[in-house]
Write a protein that binds this ligand. Structure first.
Ligand SMILES: [Zn+2]
Length: 204
């Protein structure tokens, strides 16, 4: 999680050819989640693309399927800031579920659930510092908008005040695009520089 490390300002300055198919890492604090467009969307059961209403039914704008009902799917528009600037990253579906630990459907259909109001359990990821692995969000048609999609993120164990949490040396959670949460074992050591400002994980 140190490969192609950039600050957010550097990410925003990259040219399109530098962005395609390349994953960058970036460390920053998740300061807010923008729910202007909701915290979940109706996704195609198959490709997880957004579905469009078509009369009483739906069809997938991406693969054209309409034989099964759409499923609620996380799309967290998170605001991340570092010492350079702040920007938006998108955390989709299973990846969001891995850190929230509750399937979208369960929260989306809960009583009093509001698509534009964050459930408390989602708010718990706000205020923490993470290392994000991001790439350009290819689902976005307007690539100039520089929308970054998170493919992996790692809690650095810092709380909102920049202090280390207890037990952070024993367990670090890495959230990837898999069905399971990967818990890094004790063979990983947390290292930070003398200023205490930079952390990386290193396998021993
Ligand atoms: Zn589809």
């Amino acid at each position: 999680m140190t490969k192609n490390r950039r600050t957010i300002a550097e990410l925003l300055q990259l040219n399109m050819p530098d962005l395609e198919d390349i994953k960058y890492t970036c460390e920053g604090k998740l300061t807010a989640i923008d729910t202007t467009y909701g915290w979940w969307y109706k996704a195609c059961y198959d490709c997880k693309g957004a579905v469009k209403a078509y009369g009483d039914t739906f069809w997938c704008a991406r693969c054209g399927k309409n034989d099964w009902s759409p499923v609620p799917w996380y799309k967290l528009n998170v605001i991340v800031e570092d010492e350079s600037i702040s920007t938006n990253f998108i955390i989709f579906g299973k990846l969001a579920q891995n850190i929230i630990r509750v399937p979208t459907q369960q929260l989306a259909v809960a009583n009093n659930s509001d698509k534009f109001l964050l459930p408390p359990i989602i708010k718990s990821i706000i205020g923490q510092t993470y290392i994000f692995e991001v790439s350009i969000n290819s689902l976005k048609s307007n690539l100039d908008a520089r929308s970054f999609k998170v493919s992996k993120f790692l809690s650095t164990g810092l709380d909102i005040n920049g202090k280390y949490k207890e037990h952070q040396k024993d367990v670090q959670s890495i959230y990837g695009e898999t069905d399971e949460i990967t818990i890094a074992c004790e063979s990983q050591t947390v290292i930070h520089d003398e200023m205490g400002s930079n952390i990386m994980l290193q396998s021993t």
